[in-house]
Ligand binder design. Structure first.
Ligand code: SF4
Length: 277
């Protein structure tokens, strides 16, 4: 392993736990955490993600991204409760929920659990039995459950663990398909309305490799199984493609996403249309 860049600058010989090729940066556990915290704070400030009067939920799935986000938000001083949507996928949902519960105990925060069939009248396992469009319906049901729960319990903002590669992959997928509906709402924040909570993505400046190393170094246990219905998902192909390009041209993922954000929010004026909430 390479020496930690920050420690090395200070004449200390600590080894790194991760090498972030995109930034040509090797970091030890402590400096990785500080780096992620700094990028999270920057995203919150730059995009106005959190208002002073916000009551925030973190939507946790049991995966590394949402659990790490909940922890990091707490470490940088934001109080948030967790919301787990139980999709009703036998075995997988129970194990995911237990991991979220463990993080709630670590943080001393509340974890709320909502069963998707309470809102949709069917579980995701039921959906998989009747259609191949499982992910599209799952996404719709999760959004409905989150919005309803937040509205009923007075939460004004929902943070999700989407990171830079997730966002860049979605952008590429939707550009290839010229989805103007997606592009109109594209960005790390959807503003809150009287009816709907804000949706925010504080990890928009963080890549998954850094999150994974953080979880491993700080003992955050997370769901390593993939959802049994994830095989048909298309965006991972776009994420893999961007990752390969980034290996050839470090920083490409960052440039693609943030230049896209500037262009779409500015010169192309796509945001002049209606927001879907
Ligand atoms: Fe839902 Fe598809 Fe994600 Fe599984 S992979 S949790 S079905 S969106």
């Amino acid at each position: 392993m390479r020496p930690c860049y920050v420690c090395h600058q200070r004449g200390i010989g600590n080894e790194s736990v991760v090498y972030l090729r995109t930034y040509r940066l090797a970091l030890c556990g402590r400096h990785l955490k500080e780096w992620i915290e700094r990028r999270t704070r920057e995203a919150i400030a730059e995009f106005g993600l959190i208002e002073p009067d916000d009551r925030m939920l973190v939507a946790v799935s049991g995966g590394k991204d949402s659990l790490a986000l909940w922890w990091i938000l707490s470490e940088i001083g934001y109080e948030a409760d967790g919301l787990f949507i139980d999709l009703g996928i036998p075995g997988f949902s129970e194990r995911s929920r237990a991991l979220c519960q463990r993080m709630a105990e670590r943080l001393g925060r509340e974890l709320f659990v909502v069963a998707v069939d309470e809102f949709a009248g069917e579980t995701i396992a039921d959906v998989a039995g009747r259609t191949r469009k499982v992910c599209a319906l799952c996404g719709k049901y999760k959004r409905r459950a989150m919005n309803e729960f937040a509205r009923m319990h007075g939460y004004t903002s929902i943070a999700t663990g989407h990171h830079l590669l997730d966002e860049a992959g979605s952008l590429l997928y939707n550009l290839v398909n010229w989805s103007t509906k997606f592009l109109k709402g594209f960005g790390p924040k959807k503003q809150r309305t009287d009816e709907l909570p804000a949706k925010i993505k504080p990890f928009v400046k963080v890549l998954p490799q850094a999150i994974k190393a953080l979880c491993e170094h700080y003992g955050i246990e997370y769901q390593k199984e993939r959802c049994p219905y994830s095989k048909g998902a298309k965006t991972p192909l776009y994420e893999d493609f961007l990752t390969k390009l980034d290996e050839l041209s470090p920083g490409l993922i960052h440039r693609f996403y943030f230049q896209g954000l500037k262009l779409i929010g500015g010169e192309l004026n796509l945001r002049d249309g209606e927001d879907e909430g």
